[in-house]
Design a protein around this ligand. Structure first.
Ligand SMILES: *[C@@H]1O[C@H](CO)[C@@H](O)[C@H](O)[C@H]1NC(C)=O
Ligand SMILES: *[C@@H]1O[C@H](CO)[C@@H](O)[C@H](O)[C@H]1NC(C)=O
Ligand SMILES: *[C@@H]1O[C@H](CO)[C@@H](O)[C@H](O)[C@H]1NC(C)=O
Ligand SMILES: *[C@@H]1O[C@H](CO)[C@@H](O)[C@H](O)[C@H]1NC(C)=O
Ligand SMILES: [Zn+2]
Length: 962
């Protein structure tokens, strides 16, 4: 799946509260903005939070094969012949259903009298006493079926035979079934939208990781690759799509009903989780690229408005890029990509038929921001990268998911760069993946990238792996690997890996083997093998902070923990020591590379003269933080002050982020971290600014209700004022769009922070634009890049009229990305009654789509006025929310983390503990861990405030003294 699916839009993004002028105007801006360009949504591949399968009781320990979650090694599928017929209208019982049948041809590789095949939530037809029919392929009489039943917990159809199947022989198992086409976003499910005043239903799929078994009985493990011949029956006038090209469409009559039957060419040998079938009234546009048919599908109106054009323009070039990067041609004859109104993840890399959220595929130059555009380019790249890495060559089991997702999350920047070479996309991985995952991987409760195969069995354990560690840490360490090998060696190993294992399955060390072969004979010397270097990054959690003492040239490494008091109880065979590649530079042009292999080493190059600084982890290619002796920090800070461009841009962002986090971990003083922001008044680049604002968000959360708030706002105003003026100038008084992609992002930062800190002229600017729009709703004068921020500011500064207008525009929005901008901005009002009313709307699916309920509540909580309202709302409705949304896509952990992240007082801690006690009986579901984490985080916040409040206040006051 597409990256991001593991974080709800609002998680990890902190709301900044804004006080403008004398009256404190309070707005949650940053959250909203971050969403604008955020890659945080579910992206692809993903199952997200919706595991609908919960073993109702803990099964008694049993050795029966059907009580084990993994298939036995007795049978191997070769091919399936599957018929499916989804009904887009309710049946007489008020249900949307699908019917179908399937024949699987399999080989017996070890003799057995038991057939286990996955089947979940399907009603199977009985033939006589049994749920299946068995045939021998050679025409002989197969063993008779003794008994069949459905093993609900482990999701099997169990077929017990009277005698054994013979090793080496092939058999066919036939099943016929009926299932519900539910709105649960998993398996074969339905999505709903309105067009021409009518409700339209789409039948679509999301199989990854374990829901193919909800569509038809199958050996539903990634190593059980087979060839699938799919036939869909559907209402005349609808279009049917699947992984393969359609080869025959005919109108037939079944029981007096006219039905269209579409057959698809047999697939390549592939895993079940990559299957897709879709029936809709969608339309498409297409193009050919080197004999590959590329089609973009969406709602008819979206296609008619040209919203698929950007995706169509970029798919061909990205596909070509990956063909040359992998040195392997695209394995299929067509590439369909489709935008769905209801989709849980961001996107999913079904082989030949990639599914997306509408916001991840559809683009309209009049409506979409540059952030929306970036997201489309990178998600397409991510999904297309999987067509080889993941689909052609597939990891054997889910424990290695990190390699599949980490890899795609790394190369999506390379593919995106190919599509938009002027955007500087490759640098952004540092902010979007590395900085983000550093925050999680610095906790004692983190986990290693790699899990043991036998630790991952149940569907919910598999779903848990789709997290920031797999995606973002995976991407970060693979980037580090590619950098220290060189891209040339990396792609050489990669392409030989893809050649050897095409249509097969692997474990992650197979990739290391091929990279090692590429290293040998290349002339590159490494301090150890690829295996041994990478084991330290893959098998142990966390990452080091490297400390450089420039007096002596001594380097040392230590496991970096955000809370130094936390206890690491997970053992590591490497004792939390890493092999660390260190690229460094010194004042002037002196550069070098060094491998830190032990806990402490001394290297003469790391000693600096009195007036020289050393900077390590150049361009932040290494997955670690860096600390220095105080003298070197001071020299780096004065270099920033006097001429910041002597430090590479990405490292300016790094210095800020490292300093703030080292301060959180009590390794350096908080005031040293704050000092890294002083030079920002002269900074114009996006990455350092974004890094600083991300870190200051924590200060806003902690201080926006305290006496530190005023002095902090004054300081921000002082720092951001010049940036605001800079953009005012280069855009000729806001009439042009800055040229550079990241400059466009930074323009938004400038407006957002200027308005929030009360820079003169900002508020008038944003409310003026919004007023103009209100006067003439058919003609929105606000540039799409600025909409999220402008809407938020105007709604915060306004009253019920502005809010109601925003709501009306939200209801009428014809583009998902426009609706999303408004949905976040509506949470910015500072009127408690409007916020309370909006909270009520979140539990009414006719107002806010189910998939958006959690993030809307979290947006409201990000607003300092909305925070206590959202908390009261969640507390009061807990039982209702839990029961209504418990099984679906509602993310309880995002919700709980979101409404409590500002907590930093003893009183709030007590409330939280009370909440936990009061609802012990109802439970917290997928939010159980989040309740514990929130309590832990609140305690840490209380400690941090006690230690830092006075110091921080004094510092801000001192910096803003006239
Ligand atoms: C499976 O279903 C299709 C469509 O209803 C039907 O044409 C076909 O005969 C069925 N297969 C078997 C073996 O019954
Ligand atoms: C499956 O069978 C159960 C029990 O008879 C019934 O309640 C359910 O509605 C059926 N599901 C479908 C999709 O027909
Ligand atoms: C099948 O019927 C539909 C609706 O009547 C029609 O639009 C379509 O062209 C027909 N398809 C074929 C292959 O005849
Ligand atoms: C797609 O490409 C065409 C032809 O190069 C161009 O005219 C059009 O503006 C592009 N559309 C988008 C949305 O990028
Ligand atoms: Zn993916």
């Amino acid at each position: 799946m597409g990256k991001g699916f593991y974080i709800s839009k609002a998680v990890g993004i902190v709301g900044i509260v804004v006080g403008a002028g004398a009256v404190a105007t309070i707005i949650a801006l940053s959250v909203v903005y971050a969403q604008e360009k955020s890659k945080n949504e579910p992206i692809e591949d993903g199952t997200v939070t919706t595991t609908t399968i919960k073993p109702s009781t803990t099964p008694a320990p049993s050795n029966e094969p059907w009580d084990k979650y993994r298939l036995p090694d007795t049978l191997v599928p070769d091919s399936y012949d599957v018929y499916l017929w989804p009904r887009l209208e309710k049946n007489q019982h008020g249900l949307y259903i699908f019917t179908g049948n399937s024949t699987v041809l399999f080989r017996c590789v070890k003799e057995t009298d038991l057939i286990l095949i996955h089947s979940n939530k399907l009603n199977l037809t009985k033939f006589g006493d049994h749920h299946a029919k068995l045939f021998a392929v050679d025409g002989s009489t197969p063993p008779a079926i003794k008994e069949t039943w459905l093993q609900v917990t482990t999701q099997y159809l169990v077929v017990q035979l009277n005698t054994k199947l013979t090793a080496g022989k092939s058999y066919q198992l036939f099943t016929e079934f009926q299932g519900e086409l539910a709105d649960d976003l998993g398996g074969f499910y339905r999505s709903v939208y309105f067009e021409d005043g009518k409700e339209k239903i789409v039948a679509t799929t999301q199989m990854q990781p374990t829901d193919a078994r909800k569509a038809f009985p199958c050996f539903d493990e990634p190593a059980m690759k087979a060839i699938f011949t799919i036939t869909l029956l559907h209402e005349p006038g609808t279009v049917a799509l699947s992984n393969g090209m359609d080869i025959e469409t005919v109108n037939i009559t079944i029981d007096g009903n006219a039905v269209t039957r579409t057959r698809f060419e047999p697939t390549k040998k592939m895993s079940t989780y990559l299957l897709a079938f879709i029936v809709s009234e969608f339309d498409s546009i297409d193009a050919m690229e080197d004999n590959v048919l590329i089609r973009i599908w969406a709602r008819r109106t979206a296609i008619a408005e040209g919203q698929g054009q950007y995706a169509l323009n970029k798919t061909g070039p990205i596909l070509k890029f990956f063909e040359s990067y992998y040195n392997s041609s695209y394995p299929l004859t067509k590439s369909d990509q489709i935008a769905l109104p209801d989709f849980n993840a961001g996107a999913m890399e079904n082989w030949g038929l990639i599914t997306y959220r509408e916001t991840a595929l559809l683009y309209d130059p009049q409506m979409s921001s540059n952030g929306n555009k970036e997201r489309i380019a990178t998600i397409i790249a991510h999904e297309l990268a999987h067509m080889w890495f993941g689909n052609l060559v597939t990891l054997k089991w889910w424990n290695d998911l990190w390699l599949n997702e980490g890899f795609a999350s790394y190369v999506e920047y390379l593919g995106g760069h190919e599509a938009e070479p002027d955007w500087g996309l490759k640098d952004l991985i540092v902010l979007s993946d590395m900085h983000r995952v550093f925050a999680i991987d610095a906790l004692a409760s983190s986990h290693p990238l790699s899990s043991r195969e036998d630790e991952i069995n149940r569907p919910e354990q598999i779903s848990e792996l789709f997290d920031a560690i797999s995606y973002s840490k995976g991407a970060s360490v693979l980037r580090m690997l590619s950098e220290f090998l060189s891209e040339e060696i990396f792609v050489k190993g990669l392409s030989s890996y893809l050649k050897e294992f095409a249509f097969k399955n692997t474990v992650y060390t197979d990739l290391w083997d091929h990279l090692q072969m590429a290293v040998e004979g290349s002339g590159l010397t490494l301090p150890d093998t690829v295996h041994n270097i990478m084991n330290r990054w893959v098998l142990q959690m966390g990452f080091p902070v490297v400390t450089i003492d420039t007096h002596t040239g001594q380097l040392s490494q230590k496991h970096f923990l955000l809370d130094p008091d936390s206890i690491v109880d997970r053992p590591s065979e490497f004792n939390y020591k890493w092999f660390v590649p260190i690229k460094w530079m010194k004042t002037g042009t002196d550069k070098g590379q060094y491998w830190l292999m032990k806990e402490t080493e001394t290297n003469n190059n790391m000693a600096a003269a009195q007036n020289e600084w050393i900077l390590a982890n150049l361009n932040v290619t290494g997955y670690y933080r860096v600390n220095y002796d105080e003298g070197n920090w001071n020299r780096l800070l004065s270099a920033l002050q006097s001429n910041h461009e002597v430090i590479p841009m990405i490292n300016r962002a790094q210095l800020v982020d490292d300093a703030f986090n080292l301060a959180r971990a009590r390794i350096i003083d908080t005031t040293l971290a704050l000092r890294t922001t002083k030079y920002l008044s002269a900074e114009r680049e996006y990455m350092p600014w974004e890094s600083a604002l991300d870190n200051l968000d924590y200060f806003f959360l902690m201080f926006d209700r305290t006496e530190v708030y005023g002095p902090m706002q004054a300081y921000i105003r002082k720092q951001v004022g010049p940036l605001f003026e800079h953009f005012q100038t280069i855009t000729s008084n806001w009439t042009h769009v800055p040229e550079g992609h990241t400059d466009q992002y930074n323009q938004v930062n400038a407006i957002r922070m200027a308005c929030s800190s009360g820079v003169p002229g900002c508020r008038e600017l944003t409310t003026g634009w919004y007023d103009q729009w209100e006067q003439n709703p058919d003609n929105n004068p606000i540039h799409p890049n600025l909409r999220t921020t402008v809407y938020c500011n105007a709604i915060a500064a306004g009253g019920v009229e502005e809010w109601n207008f925003g709501w009306e525009m939200f209801r009428n929005a014809t583009m998902a990305s426009e609706a999303e901008k408004l949905r976040s901005a509506l949470a910015c009002t500072k009127q408690p009654w409007l916020l309370n009313r909006y909270l009520e709307y979140t539990l009414d699916p006719t107002k806010i789509r189910k998939q958006d309920a959690t993030s809307t509540i979290v947006y409201i909580a990000n607003n300092v006025v909305g925070q206590p309202l959202a908390w009261d709302f969640v507390r009061a409705r807990w039982e209702y929310i839990f029961n209504q949304y418990g099984g679906g896509s509602f993310s309880f952990s995002n919700l709980i983390n979101g409404v409590t992240k500002r907590f930093s007082t003893e009183f709030e801690l007590k409330q939280l503990e009370q909440f936990k006690a009061d609802n012990a009986e109802v439970g917290f579901g997928s939010g159980t861990l989040a309740v514990e984490q929130s309590i832990e985080r609140t305690k840490a916040n209380i400690k941090w405030l006690a230690l830092n409040q006075q110091k921080v206040k004094d510092w801000f006051e001192n910096e803003t003294k006239a």
